[in-house]
Design a protein around this ligand. Structure first.
Ligand SMILES: Cc1ncc(COP(=O)(O)O)c(C=O)c1O
Length: 399
């Protein structure tokens, strides 16, 4: 089993993160991390927990008050019929939630339908759990959404799980209510579990967030997964959660949480209680600022890299997922086995800009790049200026 992990890939996001530590004065547009400070309600609750010496072991699924708050949030905000706080399990961020749930759900060789593009750890964790991620293309011309006939055709007798991620990382594509209704019908007909990764539920500029678990009869077969990382700007604190109605499945997933962490940090959990009990205004404020930053970046990109990248600004999440002009890259001498890796390496080396190659998100996204637009204005401005200078020097050389 140990050696098996050698074949589980490390996401380019992590590889690039490590590379960026050796870059002097970098522009960190690689990671999916917003630059905002955590809300005071969270920080004060952390400080209070420390003063009160809340530093001891906790129940594995989490402290009762936080489970209660998350259950209420899923009921009131997401419309999911979570009847008991016992359904809720707190995890070390969303990544850990996905790890626990996929290890609980999958048997060796089980297939899971996943969007292409998708956040790479989803595929890696599926593989680590012995499953097979079957990526089905999102279409850029459809606003980075599936053609649901293609999803249906990808389902085989081995398919056990349908993985939804709306808004999608990296494309920002958002499933419509009608699409979610059809996906629910497919899941019922084909007797599938649904894993609904709603990490970006709060970062929607156009359209609505619909949790498939809120549709009649769907919570029974859906595991909604959330994280506080993005909504509260606490990526390093590590608080996520999921809810499972089925007791047997929940006990299994909780056992995985037990043996991978015992319990999520007590201080983080008490801080999370403070964040949830306090004002939720930060969520709206962050979203507003993220929209401005998105527009700022796309405008700047058109000026810094004319004719190099193309694509529409997304309706959700905080990434620019743009297509590289392959002919331009070829003339510029930016080439290799993978165009998107060649572009990422070029931008890191010559412009100090962290970015992620599209191919890492799925085979259909070779030729695309992901930039995080959730960084501060200064960082975005610096990155765009650096990109402009780098590409202008290529233009001068190739003119
Ligand atoms: C789609 C998606 N799901 C889940 C996560 C997990 O986030 P975290 O582990 O920071 O809570 C991320 C993080 O980038 C993500 O993009």
């Amino acid at each position: 089993m140990g050696k098996f992990y050698d074949s589980v890939p490390v996401s380019a996001i992590v590889r690039i993160r490590d590379m960026m530590y050796s870059v002097k004065d970098p522009f960190r547009l690689d990671q999916g991390d917003v630059s905002f400070d955590a809300p005071d309600t969270f920080k004060q609750a952390v400080a209070k927990a420390m003063v009160e010496n809340r530093t001891h072991y906790l129940p594995t699924p989490g402290i009762p008050r936080l489970r209660q708050l998350f259950a209420a949030k899923m009921r009131d905000k997401n419309g999911i019929p979570v009847e008991s706080d016992d359904d809720v399990v707190i995890t070390n961020g969303g990544t850990h939630g996905i790890y626990a749930v996929l290890h609980a759900l999958l048997e060796p060789g089980d297939e899971m339908i996943v969007p292409d593009p998708e956040w790479p750890p989803t595929m890696a964790i599926t593989q680590a759990a012995g499953g097979v991620a079957v990526q089905v293309r999102l279409h850029e011309r459809r606003g980075w959404r599936w053609d649901l006939d293609e999803v249906e055709r990808a389902i085989t007798p081995k398919t056990r799980v349908l993985y939804l991620n709306s808004p999608n990382n990296p494309s920002g594509g958002i499933l419509t209510r009608a699409e979610i209704e059809r996906l629910a019908a497919i899941a019922r007909e084909r007797d599938l579990w649904v894993l609904s990764d709603e990490a970006y539920e709060d970062i929607i500029y156009n359209g609505e967030h619909v949790s498939i678990a809120s549709l009649p009869g769907m919570y029974e077969r859906t595991i909604p997964i959330y994280t506080m990382s993005k909504s509260y700007a606490i990526t390093g604190v590590r608080v996520g959660y999921f809810a499972i109605k089925d007791k047997k499945m929940r006990d299994r997933a909780t056992k995985i949480v037990l043996y991978t962490t015992s319990n999520v940090s007590s201080i983080a959990q008490y801080g999370a209680v403070g964040a949830l009990e306090g004002s939720q205004d930060c969520i709206t404020e962050f979203r507003k600022e993220l929209l401005d930053r998105r527009d700022f970046f796309y405008k700047g990109l058109a000026e810094a890299a004319p004719g190099v990248f193309s694509g529409d600004a997304p309706d959700g999440a905080f990434y620019a997922f743009v297509k590289i002009n392959a002919a331009w890259a070829k003339d510029a001498g930016i080439a290799g086995d993978s165009l998107s890796w060649a572009m990422a390496e070029h931008l890191i080396k010559h412009a100090r800009i962290g970015c992620v190659p599209g191919v890492d998100f799925g085979p259909n996204c070779e030729g695309y790049m992901r930039f995080c637009t959730g960084r501060g204005r200064d960082e975005l401005t610096g990155a765009l200026a650096s990109m402009k200078e780098t590409f202008a020097s290529i233009a001068a050389r190739t003119a």
